[in-house]
Ligand binder design. Structure first.
Ligand SMILES: O=CN(O)C[C@@H](CC1CCCC1)C(=O)N1NCCC[C@H]1C(=O)Nc1ccccn1
Ligand code: NI
Length: 183
């Protein structure tokens, strides 16, 4: 199982590389890795396992955070309306996005960043993504608000982008232009 020791921290080159597309159909090894990423997120949100294995609870994970520069992400969370998002995805791609932006009022963190970095992280409020799921099917997801933010945070990792790259250095808590605050 994946534990915190498997997650690389800032300074590791994988976090600043452009991850490579996964050849389709995915290999058994890539499917195994993606399943383990999803399992990590579920474990990290289980009080017992989280304590037992000293996990930091996470709602998303990208393969570069394991030092694997392949375009694979996993997400596991419930949005404010109780909609469950639990996916292991290959080659996710943002096909379109809103002009309107959104940001988490609490700011963002990252399992690969062992320090708090304050400030609003402006992202698109709505995105449409295409990806291949663990069964090898092409899926299309229309995402908004918190869900859109989580997926953008993960897809950023595939492009070597860290959340704090988006924070306004001079005015970290300046409400971004044309943006909605997500609680
Ligand atoms: O690339 C992926 N990452 O770096 C893991 C990140 C991804 C999220 C950060 C903002 C949007 C996506 C992550 O999950 N976190 N960031 C650091 C510590 C907290 C943790 C978190 O938000 N946990 C959480 C939240 C709600 C419910 C349960 N757990
Ligand atoms: Ni992260």
């Amino acid at each position: 199982m994946i534990t915190m020791k498997d997650i690389v921290r800032e300074g590791h080159p994988a976090l600043r590389e452009i991850a490579k597309e996964v050849a389709m159909p995915p290999s058994k090894e890539d499917i195994q890795t993606l399943k383990k990423m999803l399992e990590f997120l579920k474990n990290s949100q289980d009080e017992e396992l989280c304590k037992k294995y000293n996990l930091r609870p996470g709602v998303g994970l990208a393969a570069p955070q394991l030092g694997i520069t392949k375009r694979m992400i996993a997400v596991h969370f419930e949005d404010i309306n109780g909609k469950m998002y639990s996916y292991g995805l290959f080659n996710p791609k943002i096909m379109s996005h809103s002009v309107e932006k959104a940001y988490l009022i609490a700011g963002e963190g990252c399992l690969s960043v062992d320090r708090p970095v304050e400030g609003y992280v402006p992202r698109y409020a709505r995105i449409t993504i295409k990806a291949i799921d663990l069964e090898g099917n092409e899926i299309k997801l229309r995402l908004k608000d918190y869900a859109a933010i989580v997926f953008q945070h993960e897809i950023d990792h595939l492009n070597g982008i860290m959340f704090y790259d988006h924070i306004n250095e001079n005015q970290p808590f300046q409400a971004p232009e044309n943006a909605r605050a997500i609680g």
